[in-house]
Design a protein around this ligand. Structure first.
Ligand code: MG
Length: 406
């Protein structure tokens, strides 16, 4: 089939700046959104350049998106330099067709960048049909009942669906016939047509429908992007879920001249009483992680009745909890600790605690938060009888039922 390589060109329309698929978290046009680890347009261009019957691929891009395009585009000899698009889809396609002029392909396939699921079988059906007609488009028969409604949503009529089709891209044309139709349409109205089949019809060409592919969807909404991400993602990758656990603990003040909090020794006029070093901060972080794992609590892993843990530095407890996460194939996304006391003042030691906790848990500093509050003199913390602490741990864990989990 290498004989027809130079005959068939694909023109990919990526000049739109559609925002329906964008949520507030990004302003990236949907053709450049990453699904299954690659930009949408990359999947599309990879599918087209890999097709043995297509010899040339050219993309029409929005002038503001050239950097995004160059980052996304594959390094492939079939891919020509991109063409800046025009003010409408119709004009963008015409500009792309004009640029293909020096190659004069016999056939051009016009395709939307946001249909990454195009496959070889569909392209074969189009090229086959084009042996006997001037234009061919993939279509799916309308199976839902179709209504026409007025602007306030009141149904005016039920449209007979017999003979109705929704059409997809790629749409296949004899190159010179489509270019001629586009040039004439541009004289008439450069913004009138929303697909190339309608320009061909307007120009009097016979356009045939071939069976489309239900999988060959156009990514339009946020849900479409999420679906595509799932479908194109590495299916061997374990599905993960997010879990949040909490911990709470209190230790009373007793004799001493320092307290250990968040793994840091802080001079104070009292110590904290406990079986271990009484580091209430590391205790609640340990419990928060065990809570997210639904794996007991610090007391069930390190019974206070066991003399082995007497006076033990509490980083051992936190390390143990972190290892339990590792053993489950998970990872800690975030740790958030709140210490409640009037004194000692936590502020001056906050960064040292964050650094120590991050070190023990093997996390970057920006995934560890330490906060402090007083209780306005109220209650046992207000009276300076002890220190309370709470924490949350956010974990990413293999979802139950995922491969390799029980
Ligand atoms: Mg404790």
């Amino acid at each position: 089939m290498t004989g027809d390589q130079n005959r068939v060109a694909a023109l990919v329309v990526a000049a739109g700046r559609g925002t329906r698929a964008n949520d507030q978290s990004t302003s990236v046009p949907k053709q450049y959104r990453v699904v299954g680890g690659r930009p949408v347009i990359r999947w599309t261009l990879d599918a087209l350049t890999a097709n043995p019957r297509i010899g040339t691929v050219i993309c029409v891009v929005h002038p503001d998106d050239e950097a995004l395009y160059h980052e996304a585009a594959p390094d492939n000899g079939k891919l020509l330099a991109p063409v800046p698009g025009g003010a409408s889809r119709q004009e963008s396609v015409r500009l792309g067709l004009e640029r293909l002029g020096d190659r004069t392909p016999d056939i051009v396939l016009v395709h939307d960048a946001v249909r990454p699921f195009v496959d070889d079988a569909l392209i074969d059906r189009l090229l086959e049909r084009l042996l006997t007609v001037e234009a061919a488009v993939p279509g799916l028969p309308v199976t839902d009942t179709v209504k026409r409604a007025d602007p306030d949503g009141t149904i005016q009529e039920t449209v007979p669906r017999s003979g109705l089709w929704t059409v997809q891209t790629p749409q296949a044309f004899r190159y010179t016939a489509l270019l001629d139709a586009h040039r004439r349409a541009a004289q008439d109205d450069p913004e009138r047509f929303t697909d190339d089949a309608s320009i061909a019809e307007w120009a009097g060409l016979a356009v045939a429908i071939v069976p489309g592919d239900p999988m060959n969807r156009k990514l339009t909404t946020v849900a479409d992007i999420a679906d595509a991400d799932r479908l194109l993602g590495d299916s061997t990758e374990t599905p993960m879920e997010t879990r949040v656990g909490s911990g709470y603990d209190v230790h009373r003040f007793g004799p001493g001249d320092f307290v250990t909090l968040g793994g840091v020794e802080i001079p104070h006029d009292h110590g904290l009483v406990g079986h271990s070093d009484a580091d209430v901060g590391l205790h609640v972080l340990t419990d928060a992680i065990l809570g997210a794992l639904a794996d007991g609590d610090i007391g069930s892993h390190f019974p206070p009745s066991d003399p082995a843990f007497k006076g033990m530095a509490s980083d051992v407890f936190l390390r143990h909890a972190v290892q339990r996460v590792d053993a489950r194939g998970g990872r800690i996304l975030h740790l958030d600790l709140t210490l409640v006391c009037e004194r000692p003042k936590i502020g001056p030691h906050r960064d040292a605690m964050r650094a120590r906790i991050a070190e023990i848990a093997g996390l970057p500093l920006d995934r560890v938060a330490v906060k402090a509050t007083t209780t306005e003199g109220l209650g046992f913390t207000g009276r300076g009888e002890g220190i309370a602490a709470s924490a949350t741990a956010t974990l990413s864990l293999p979802a139950p039922g995922a491969a390799g989990t029980t």
